[in-house]
Design a binder for this molecule. Structure first.
Ligand code: NAI
Ligand code: MG
Length: 378
């Protein structure tokens, strides 16, 4: 029996092509796994009215982790119009399957390593090695929003907060409110995950990125929690930086930072910023990680305009597969994949279009596989 059981979810568009590429590399390092196909994506929405059907969730529950390519999604009206005639007018609502996966499996941490592989022409600077930890389930994306704002909500807010009184003259129709919900447990989880990672992988700092001078209560709770957690990790420094200043520092001195921890929206912004520092969508890998399950995926979407051309960069997907190997405890195989990717990039002969080359998705995967197979350099 294979050692691991992995749900295999290519999804749509180039998701399929980059997953094929990742498979070439996983096979090259001799990853001992049973791959269980799991359906997700646009075709299921169109024909069944659900891009993430119950049978897929069931399949995932029987596996150790999932590898996911990308999906196509569309705004509400377009999604409704794309349904097969039998399903139209039934009030079906398209909900992001990725968001649902995060909730369904409580994948509370989104981890995004952003490493500047030496010689990547897309690096903004050399020497960058950042890992962003983003809280994945609460914060400003908790989904508690109001429009129009109900009178009861307004009344309570006005009673409890003098700041609300400035909006007295605005009608409820002309106002929308989002709740930024930070829980002590949610904050502690993400900060502790960040410190544990720093400890395990030798990073010297964890930077908590918030704005406590303005968001006194929500950011305040995050920062206070971070100080408390930091006490358990004497060898690692806690740095506190405001989100706005951090955007500047990351452009100016990205090599000064190590692990970064944030609440949901700030983490979303930091992840994209950090990813672009080291090559952008073709390199941006991620893991959605819970206590006992994880889903690994590149950050990019299905890139429909390139689908079928086998030309997109598979590195983001290959690096996501590498994260999965590491999470499953296959440290040596993970290391071989990373070294092989580094070698192919440093050699600079085999590159997809985004790196200025003309090689195919498959050619890049085969180049990585060839080096990973032998163990490659240390
Ligand atoms: P996208 O990420 O699919 O592509 C945007 C552009 O980035 C592409 O046209 C291409 O120029 C470049 N790009 C993306 N991946 C690349 C790669 N591996 N190598 C080289 N270049 C790459 O975003 P877009 O076009 O906004 O969305 C397309 C579809 O994907 C939409 O339906 C959207 O909803 C969905 N989407 C899905 C995501 C997911 O599955 N996690 C994330 C983002 C978008
Ligand atoms: Mg994002």
């Amino acid at each position: 029996m294979p050692k691991h059981k992995v749900a295999w979810m290519p999804g749509d568009g180039i998701g399929i092509e980059v997953m094929n590429a990742a498979r070439i590399v996983l096979d090259a390092v001799g990853f001992d796994a049973e791959y269980v196909p799991a359906e997700i994506g646009w075709e299921l929405w169109r024909t069944e009215g659900d891009p993430l059907p119950a049978r897929t969730l069931k399949t995932l529950r029987g596996t150790d982790a999932a590898l996911f390519g990308a999906i196509t999604s569309m705004p509400k009206e377009e999604a409704e119009a794309a349904l097969v005639p039998e399903l139209q007018g039934k009030g079906l609502v398209y909900r992001s399957p990725i968001v649902r996966l995060r909730q369904e499996f409580n994948l509370r941490t989104n981890r995004r390593p952003c490493y500047a592989f030496p010689g990547n022409p897309l690096n903004v600077k050399e020497g960058i090695d950042l890992v962003v930890f983003r809280e994945n389930t609460e914060g400003l994306y908790a989904g508690v929003e109001f429009h129009p704002v109900p009178d009861e909500v307004r009344d309570v807010l006005k009673e409890q907060s003098p700041a609300m009184r400035r909006f007295d003259a605005v009608s409820s129709e002309d106002m929308a409110i989002s709740c930024r919900i930070i829980t002590r447990q949610g904050g502690e989880n993400i900060i502790r995950d960040a410190f544990e990672y720093a400890k395990a992988y030798g990073y010297k700092t964890v930077t908590v990125v918030e704005k406590p001078n303005v968001l006194r209560e929500t950011s305040g709770l995050m920062v206070r929690t971070a100080r408390k957690v930091a006490e358990d990790y004497p060898g690692i420094d806690l740095w506190e930086t405001n989100i706005d200043a951090m955007a500047m520092w990351l452009i100016k001195n990205p090599q000064d930072y190590g692990v970064i921890a944030c609440s949901n929206l700030f983490g979303d912004v930091m992840s994209d910023l950090c990813a672009q520092l080291v090559g952008g969508l073709g390199f941006a890998c991620s893991g959605n990680i819970g206590d006992d399950y994880a889903v690994f995926e590149p950050t990019h979407g299905s890139a429909p305009k390139y689908f079928g051309q086998n030309k997109c960069n598979p590195m983001a997907m290959i690096l996501s597969a590498r994260m999965m190997l590491d999470w499953l405890g296959e440290k040596d195989k993970a290391e071989r994949v990373k070294n092989a990717v580094a070698e192919v990039i440093a050699e600079g002969r085999i590159r997809t279009y985004d790196m200025g080359g003309s090689n195919s998705t498959t050619e890049v995967a085969e180049a990585v596989a060839a080096r990973a197979r032998t163990g490659a350099m240390a």
